[in-house]
Ligand binder design. Structure first.
Ligand code: SF4
Ligand code: SF4
Length: 76
């Protein structure tokens, strides 16, 4: 399961989430453009994401969804 789902088509490239990530895992794409004409964000290393959701909380357009990985030893 992905830890982060980014609705890149709605991103306006404001960088608020980039600055909020404590692990510095987000960046503005240099080569992609979305339908709105903005460079959307991209996650550079999903394995390093700690699912803290700071990025999702910071996004004014609520386009980031964060999923927490299941806790070790928990069966449900
Ligand atoms: S959930 Fe936390 S660690 Fe993961 S990308 Fe967002 S701010 Fe960074
Ligand atoms: S805060 Fe939201 S709109 Fe701004 S760059 Fe990040 S994902 Fe895109």
């Amino acid at each position: 399961m992905n830890k982060l789902v980014i609705n890149a088509s709605l991103c306006k490239g404001c960088s608020l989430c980039v600055d909020a990530c404590p692990k510095k895992l987000l960046r503005i794409s240099s080569d992609k453009l979305n339908e709105k004409g903005y460079h959307p964000i991209e996650l550079t290393d999903e394995s390093a994401c700690i699912s803290c959701a700071f990025c999702a909380v910071m996004c004014p357009d609520c386009i980031i969804t964060v999923f927490s990985p299941p806790k070790a030893g928990k069966s449900n």
